[in-house]
Write a protein that binds this ligand. Structure first.
Ligand code: TMP
Length: 212
C-alpha cells in the first residue's frame, strides 16, 4: 500500500473526539515554528463536501451508494487538488486530517452492506494511499452518545446501534489496514480530552518530520 509521508489522520466513531483533538493539536502547533502544520477535515468544506453535509442532516437525502461515491469524490479532491494533502505533505508540511478513507470503509461499509452487498466502499477507497500515521480514538458507544446529548441536531449516523456497529467495524478494518502496511495507533478515548491530547502529542512527535 502506498503511504503518504507527513500525513496523519484521526479516526473514530461519532463523539470520539476527533474534532476536539485536532483543535487541541492546532493550539499546540501555534507555539512551534516548525514543522508547518496544516489541519484539515472530511467531509471537506468544498463543493462536494457541502452536498455531503446536507445529506448527513437529512435535508437532502441520497441513496447509500450515492453517498459512498460523494465521500470518495470529496476525498479525491482533498488529496489531489492544487494545495491539497499530497502537494502540502510533499513540500514538507505536516498535514493532519479529521477523518479519511477508513471512515468510508467503516460507515459506508455498514450502509452499503445493508443495501448493495457492501463491495462499493472497498472499491472506491482501498485505492487511496494511506497516511503515515492513523490515530484511532476508541470510545465506548454509550459514552459517545452521552457526549452528543447537548447537540441541537443529530446527523444520520448518531444513534447507539449504529455507533456499536461502527466501533466493531473499525476494529476489523484497522486489522486489514495494518496488514496492508498502514500504521495505526489506538487510544482509549473514554479518558479526558487533555489526557487523550497528551497521548496524541507523544505519537505525533515520533513522526519522522520532527527529526528533519
Ligand atoms: P464529523 O462528525 O467527523 O464531522 O463527520 C461527519 C459524519 O460523516 C460522521 O458521522 C462520520 C461520517 N463520515 C462517513 O460516513 N464517511 C466518511 O468517509 C467520512 C469522512 C465521514
Amino acid at each position: 500500500m502506498k503511504i503518504i509521508s507527513n500525513f496523519a489522520v484521526f479516526e473514530g466513531g461519532d463523539g470520539s473526539g476527533t474534532t476536539t483533538q485536532l483543535s487541541l493539536l492546532t493550539e499546540r502547533f501555534k507555539t512551534l515554528k516548525k514543522p508547518v502544520f496544516y489541519p484539515t477535515f472530511e467531509p471537506t468544506d468544498g463543493q462536494i463536501g457541502k452536498i455531503i453535509r446536507a445529506a448527513l442532516k437529512e435535508a437532502a437525502p441520497v441513496e447509500n451508494e450515492t453517498l459512498a461515491m460523494l465521500f470518495a469524490a470529496d476525498r479525491n479532491e482533498h488529496l489531489y487538488k492544487s494545495e491539497g494533502i499530497i502537494e502540502r505533505a510533499k513540500r514538507g508540511e505536516l498535514v493532519i486530517s479529521d477523518r479519511f478513507a477508513l471512515s468510508s470503509l467503516v460507515y459506508q461499509g455498514i450502509d452499503c452492506a445493508a443495501s448493495c452487498g457492501g463491495e462499493l466502499p472497498g472499491l472506491l477507497n482501498w485505492r487511496f494511499p494511506a497516511p503515515e500515521m492513523t490515530i484511532f480514538l476508541d470510545v465506548e458507544p454509550e459514552i459517545a452518545i452521552s457526549r452528543m446529548k447537548g447537540r441541537a441536531e443529530l446527523e444520520i449516523y448518531e444513534y447507539l446501534d449504529f455507533q456499536r456497529m461502527v466501533r466493531a467495524r473499525y476494529r476489523s478494518v484497522i486489522e486489514i489496514y495494518r496488514e496492508k502496511g498502514a500504521k495505526v495507533e489506538i487510544i482509549d478515548a473514554c479518558k479526558s480530552a487533555r489526557e487523550v491530547a497528551d497521548q496524541v502529542w507523544s505519537i505525533i512527535c515520533q513522526m519522522p518530520i520532527f527529526n528533519v
